[in-house]
Design a protein around this ligand. Structure first.
Ligand SMILES: CC(C)(COP(=O)(O)OP(=O)(O)OC[C@H]1O[C@@H](n2cnc3c(N)ncnc32)[C@H](O)[C@@H]1OP(=O)(O)O)[C@@H](O)C(=O)NCCC(=O)NCCS
Length: 147
C-alpha cells in the first residue's frame, strides 16, 4: 500500500535515503531539528510502511521553499517524486499559497526535468552554491512556480 503524508515524528529512513542521494547527506538530527522548527514541513511517500521518497520544505506568508527532496535510489524513476510534488503543490494551493521556490544544481538534469515537468521556471542563478566531493562547487538555478 502507498501513502503520502506529513511526517510528525523523526525517522532514520530520511538520513539513510539522503546520504545515499547526496555527496553531503543530512544526519537524522538535522531532519529531527527541522521537523520541530516553525514553518517547516516534511512530506513522505511510503510503500508498505517504508519511507521511499520525501520532501522537506518551509511555508511562510504564502511562499513555499523546497529545502530538499530525494527518492531512495532503489525506487527512483517510478514517478514517486512527481506524485509527492503534485500533492505538495495541491496542498499549498488549497491553503492559498502563491509561490513555490527551490534551488537545483546545474549538473542535476534529472531533478531539473522533474521540476520543469511540474511547471517550475528558471528565475535566477547562485554561483558556486553546492559543494562537491572531489570537484569544484557548482552553481544552482533558482526555480519558481506560480501556484
Ligand atoms: C530527482 C529525484 C528526486 C527524482 O525522483 P524520482 O522519484 O526518481 O522521480 P520521478 O520518477 O517522479 O520522475 C519524474 C520526472 O523527473 C525526471 N527524471 C527523474 N529521474 C530522471 C533521470 N534519472 N533522468 C532524467 N529524468 C529524470 C523525468 O522527467 C521524470 O518524468 P518521466 O519519467 O515522465 O520522464 C531523484 O532522482 C533523486 O532522489 N535524486 C537524488 C537527490 C536529488 O538530486 N534531489 C534533488 C535536489 S534539487
Amino acid at each position: 500500500m502507498t501513502t503520502i503524508r506529513q511526517l510528525d515524528a523523526p525517522s532514520k529512513q530520511l538520513e539513510d535515503i539522503h546520504t545515499r542521494c547526496f555527496d553531503y547527506g543530512w544526519s537524522e538530527g538535522v531532519f529531527a531539528d527541522l521537523l520541530i522548527k516553525p514553518h517547516h514541513r516534511t512530506y513522505v511517500f511510503e510503500t508498505d510502511g517504508e519511507i521511499v521518497s520525501f520532501v522537506v520544505m518551509t511555508v511562510v506568508a504564502g511562499e513555499g521553499e523546497i529545502l530538499t527532496i530525494a527518492t531512495d535510489p532503489d525506487f527512483q524513476k517510478q514517478g514517486l517524486a512527481r506524485m509527492l510534488l503534485d500533492q505538495v503543490i495541491k496542498t499549498l494551493k488549497a491553503e492559498g499559497a502563491e509561490l513555490l521556490f527551490l534551488e537545483v544544481a546545474i549538473d542535476n538534469p534529472a531533478a531539473l526535468r522533474l521540476y520543469e515537468a511540474c511547471g517550475f521556471k528558471k528565475t535566477g542563478r547562485r554561483k558556486a552554491y553546492y559543494s562537491r566531493k572531489d570537484k569544484p562547487p557548482v552553481d544552482a538555478h533558482i526555480l519558481r512556480l506560480a501556484l
